[in-house]
Design a protein around this ligand. Structure first.
Ligand code: AMP
Length: 498
């Protein structure tokens, strides 16, 4: 299917083509026509699937009737509100809005905490049709009466699961009360926890469920490797990996803010340019660190989970878990930064004996076997490695090499395009070139929709079990384009059953 077939306007098609996109991703194919019709949507999709464009494009098209060039703020009330959990995601989503809105006179703005509210007030007061916001800062603006939500026609909750995890539910409820009752609601979430379903049931009217991949699915283009190592030797091993493999753009995850700072400093002492990004760094520092990383000015960005949520860094080949996350789902979010849009990626984890159980949980959740390797000079006693791997059902036998694993070689092969070898941190057009060549083979981008739900009831009744099942593609016999979840129909079914 082409973008033209989705019914998008010429201006939007131009903006899409400027981005080098060739075909819509599965979520775009499904969501765009439905959102254009004005329906509510519950989207099950993680970052990296093209979900931002899937809601931004039809939203912009629907708002186009309000586009005008008047100088009067009153002519530019907020018509679309996009709520996101973090400042970084807010900026990213707003960048997408600007990208797709470039041929229109609709105005947009982004508001988030951690920076002075004054500049935001000036922008918002001048009138914007599209507002991207984190819930807390939006409430600050509403309290200061710098804007009103009385004319909102579309509400979008992006990464709703993360917003709930971060405790934004009361803020969201407060915001919803200030919206007109008649509006379109779009909710996107990587997971469908009972809390998410409760919120969906309250918020959405006869929503269409659109799912693009199984829960906790991961790109098949990512190669996972585990290096068992003593905790005290982790820093040394990381430095060795980065230097020996000449990794130029690596996102490293630590569990704590303090750990992130310490690691970034240690890397700098070894002349590996790096910066840390976490909740204790102010907004300016975070934005600068991210920009420096994206532009290749620093090789390593050391991040904590919350700070890194939703980051879209093009062509990132390596994610290294310096420490495994406590929550196995965070592993999925972490490594979702690589292996995107058809590019290959490597997810490397340095694990100490104490992290054995976390590894077991991750493997269970993903339903994959993660390969174990060792680096010479960092070998562990056989018994230690066995202990690390015991209980990891079906884990592949450890392979020991005298040098380094194959991943660096494969990393450079993914950046090879045509005759020219493109260095992934220097050349940003690779992915677009791959798209233009139609070489994108990321399953998240190309596979048909397959719903894991046999029927409406199974979706709404399902509880936390959802996270334990990890292969709905196998459960479902045939592709289901989209599932219509009507609470009314559901109620009827329930009463019939009882
Ligand atoms: P998202 O899931 O919204 O974070 O998007 C992930 C990445 O996919 C972003 O860098 C987008 O620019 C890119 N993208 C979105 N739609 C398409 C498309 N149709 N073709 C290729 N890349 C896309």
């Amino acid at each position: 299917m082409s973008f033209e077939q989705l019914g998008l306007s010429t201006d939007l098609l131009r903006a899409i083509s400027d981005q080098g996109y060739v075909n819509p991703t599965p979520i775009q194919e499904q969501a765009i026509p439905v959102i254009l019709e004005g329906k509510d949507v519950m989207g099950g999709a993680q970052t990296g699937t093209g979900k931002t464009a899937s809601f931004t494009l039809p939203m912009l098209q629907r708002l186009q009737i309000h586009a005008n060039t008047s100088m009067s703020p009153a002519k530019h009330p907020v018509r679309a509100l996009i709520l996101v959990p973090t400042r970084e995601l807010a900026m990213q989503v707003h960048d997408s809005v600007k990208t797709y809105n470039k041929y229109s006179t609709l105005r947009s703005a982004v508001v988030y905490g951690g920076v002075s509210i004054d500049t935001q007030i000036d922008i918002v007061r001048s009138g914007v049709e599209i507002l991207v916001a984190t819930p807390g800062r939006l409430l600050d603006h509403l309290q200061q009466k710098t804007l009103t939500l009385a004319k909102v026609e579309v509400l979008i909750l992006d990464e709703a699961d993360r917003m709930l995890d971060m405790g934004f539910l009361p803020d969201i409820k407060q915001i919803i009360q200030l919206l007109p009752e008649h509006r379109q609601n779009l909710m996107f979430s990587a997971t469908f926890s009972p809390e998410i379903k409760k919120l969906a049931n309250k918020l959405l009217h006869n929503p269409i469920l659109i799912e693009v991949a199984k829960q906790n699915s991961i790109s098949e283009l990512i190669t996972h490797v585990v290096y068992p190592v003593e905790s005290i030797k982790k820093q040394e091993l990381l430095i060795r990996l980065i230097q020996h493999e000449d990794l130029q753009q690596v996102l490293v995850f630590t569990r704590t803010k303090h750990g992130a700072d310490r690691l970034a400093q240690r890397l700098m002492r070894h002349e590996i340019t790096s910066e840390a990004i976490h909740g204790d760094r102010n907004q300016l520092q975070r934005t600068q660190a991210l920009d420096n990383f994206k532009q290749g000015q620093i090789r390593v960005l050391v991040a904590t989970d919350v700070a890194a949520r939703g980051l879209d860094i093009e062509e990132l080949s390596h994610v290294i878990n310096f420490e495994l996350p406590n929550n196995p789902e965070d592993y999925v979010h972490r490594i979702g930064r690589t292996g995107r849009a058809g590019a290959k990626g490597f997810a490397i984890s340095l694990i100490s004996k104490e992290e054995n159980n976390l590894l077991i949980d991750i493997e269970k959740l993903l339903g994959i076997k993660i390969k174990t390797e060792q680096i010479s000079g960092f070998e562990l006693k056989e018994t230690f490695v066995q202990e690390i791997r015991k209980n990891t059902t079906g884990a592949e036998p450890r392979s020991k090499r005298d040098g380094f694993s194959k991943h660096s070689k494969r990393a450079s092969s993914f950046v090879k395009h045509g005759e020219k070898v493109i260095h992934f941190n220097k050349e940003r057009t690779t992915r677009n070139a791959m798209r233009a060549d139609n070489k994108v083979d990321d399953p998240l981008f190309t596979q048909p929709y397959v719903s894991k739900y046999a029927d409406i009831n199974s979706l709404l009744e399902e509880s936390s079990e959802i996270n334990k099942k990890n292969n709905h593609r196998q459960l479902s016999k045939r592709p289901v384009p989209a599932l219509f979840i009507s609470p009314v129909a559901n109620k009827q079914k329930k009463s019939e059953a009882s």
